[in-house]
Design a protein around this ligand. Structure first.
Ligand code: FAD
Length: 531
């Protein structure tokens, strides 16, 4: 390992098809028939309205675009999807999917090397538990390839035309496409266009990325090597998940966080517990209130990566660090470059994001709806999560069909897939109390531990808590946070309740199978007073 030259990071820590309501019902008005529309839904002849090639063109075949395409076909729209790279976008190729594969494999290594935990279950492992780095990397790549293939087959099977090339919008019904920098692929017209172009990693100024020793999640997910000491800039969910992978595979990790606390977006109490379990006992330390203002790549095994640390408040350089590698996990930037929305649609990008209203309609610089234009997913910045992108796509389709729909983003759950996991929906306790104070309502909190749950105890995984934040006067669920075994699977009871408007009173007599982890949620619901 390289020498740690920093002096400040001493703290240990880190888709019946409905009739073509949108199309003309007069078959003489049809224009082109999709080459593939008869392949799966043979009883349905999907035609686009006379003036256009398609009812719907989706730009970007990530999870948002894919989810929208499936729903559009269900709604009888003649649909095309345009993709400048590979099907699947960030989630499948450079995000959710490969990261979960790395977490699954490295998590198994951690578990099998945890002799004490195994001993408590009456298990001993004779000999060393080893892993094959390339084998784990291959698992992640193979999974992405499989899921990318599944997505592409589902689009083809549903009769969605896949147009290959980067899109350039000409007006609100016309798009040219071709290889990046050219528009030689052709030009298509559509009654409605959804922009679903996603995002790319954000790299702050001063950080030089060589994709080898200084890299973002894109390269990190390839797991080309396992550095002995890796500094992770940013302690959000991407940074945290990588810390879980790296420490399980034997790396030391140092978090560099600009905010006063690590895991700054988390409910404070949950962050505290996550620190106690995910940070303190592992080879992780952290430095907070500092920015990595200059990062110079190194050469693996020969020259360290140097990091200049600057105080967040005073903006004075306070320290330097030398590490083997740096993962830049400082958020994501919308990928809207080259789309030409400014010129073609009179839209003013907001830090690169495309402004939309609650129906996902694109707004121009005067705040007026651009007829026929929609934007979903990371490109609008409302909620940068895969399932949010897909849900926004479904919502946009419903609205363009004339079925008014507004997605309640407060009901969209989120999760961090560490071991154990963190999940939440709605507000943190801090946000709920601030809202209560502002709007004049009381906030109540109810907590329960995984220690009282039989299934968790059978697994010897009692470290965990669930927290319910609600309005005691109405029983409205304001938020739920869970830290513990399979927290990501447990959060949906609360997110469905928020989505359907179910109160604590509605939920408290629901029955959960025994013994299951879901009883953690039951104990939260039953313990609540009055509702
Ligand atoms: C490491 C990591 C882990 C993550 N883990 C999770 C997770 O566990 N759960 C979760 O919910 N989210 C996770 N996310 C976030 C998730 O990946 C994104 O929120 C999601 O992919 C956004 O979907 P999207 O459809 O908006 O965009 P993307 O998936 O980015 O797809 C956009 C597509 O548009 C294409 N495109 C862009 N511009 C053009 C153009 N001009 N013409 C044609 N095509 C174009 C791109 O090539 C891309 O294929 C993770 C992200 C990362 C980086």
């Amino acid at each position: 390992m390289m020498m740690r030259t920093t002096t400040t990071c001493a703290t240990r820590a880190t888709v019946d098809i409905e009739r073509l309501t949108m199309n003309s019902t007069d078959p003489t008005r049809s224009v082109k028939k999709s080459a593939r529309t008869t392949s799966t839904r043979r009883s349905v002849v999907v035609r686009a309205e006379k003036a256009y090639d398609y009812d719907l063109l989706i730009i970007g075949a990530g999870v948002g675009g894919h989810g929208a395409a499936i729903h559009a076909v269900e709604r009888g729209l003649k649909t095309a999807i345009m993709e400048g790279d590979v099907i699947g976008g960030t989630c499948v190729n450079r995000g959710c999917v490969p990261s979960k594969a790395l977490l699954a494999a490295s998590g198994r290594v951690r578990e099998m090397r945890n002799a004490e935990h195994l001993r408590q279950l009456g298990i001993t492992v004779d000999g060393a538990v080893n892993y094959d780095r390339q084998g784990i990397a291959d698992h992640a790549e193979n999974l992405a390839t499989t899921i990318r293939g599944n997505l592409e087959r589902s689009l083809v099977g549903l009769g969605v035309d896949i147009l290959t090339g980067a899109a350039k919008i000409e007006d609100n019904h016309t798009v040219s496409y071709g290889a990046p920098g050219t528009v030689t692929g052709g030009r298509v017209t559509a009654k409605n266009i959804i922009i679903a172009t996603g995002s790319t990693p954000f790299v702050p100024p001063g950080i030089e990325v060589d994709h080898k020793t200084v890299f973002t999640s894109d390269a990190g997910l390839k797991l080309d090597w396992v550095p002995e000491w890796v500094a992770i800039i940013g302690s959000g969910y991407i940074g945290l998940e990588f810390s879980d992978v790296y420490t399980a595979l034997g790396s030391d990790v140092t978090f560099i966080e600009a905010m006063p606390n690590i895991m700054p977006g988390f409910d404070k109490e949950i962050a505290k517990m996550a620190e106690r379990v995910l940070i303190t006992p592992r080879n992780i330390d952290y430095v907070t209130n500092v920015l990595a203002t200059k990062v110079t790549p190194g050469i693996p095994g020969e020259k360290p990566v140097t990091i200049e640390l600057t105080d967040f408040k005073t903006r004075e350089v306070v320290d330097t660090m030398e590490v083997d590698a740096v993962l830049v996990a400082t958020g994501r930037s919308p990928y809207t470059e080259g789309l030409n929305v400014e010129n073609a649609l009179n839209v003013e990008l907001q830090r690169g994001f495309i402004p939309v209203n609650e129906k996902m309609q694109v707004l121009d610089k005067d705040g007026k709806v651009v007829e026929g234009m929609w934007c979903i997913g990371d490109a609008n910045g409302k909620m940068m999560l895969a399932h949010a992108a897909s849900a926004q796509g479904i919502s946009a389709i419903e609205n363009m069909m004339g079925h008014e729909h507004v997605l309640n983003h407060n009901s969209v759950p989120a999760a961090c897939f560490t071991h154990p996991e963190v999940s939440f929906v709605g507000l943190t306790e801090e946000q709920a109390r601030a809202k209560g104070e502002e709007e004049g309502f009381e906030v109540a909190v109810r907590k329960t531990s995984f220690k009282a749950n039989s299934k968790a105890l059978a697994e010897k995984e009692g470290d965990g808590m669930a927290k319910l934040i609600y309005n005691p006067a109405t029983g409205e669920i304001l938020g739920m946070w869970i830290f513990g075994l399979h927290a990501a699977d447990l959060i949906h009871e609360a997110s469905n309740a928020i989505s359907t408007g179910a109160t604590l009173n509605d939920l408290k007599f629901t029955v959960h199978a025994h013994p299951t982890l879901s009883e953690v949620i039951e104990s939260l619901l039953r313990g609540s007073e009055g509702h």
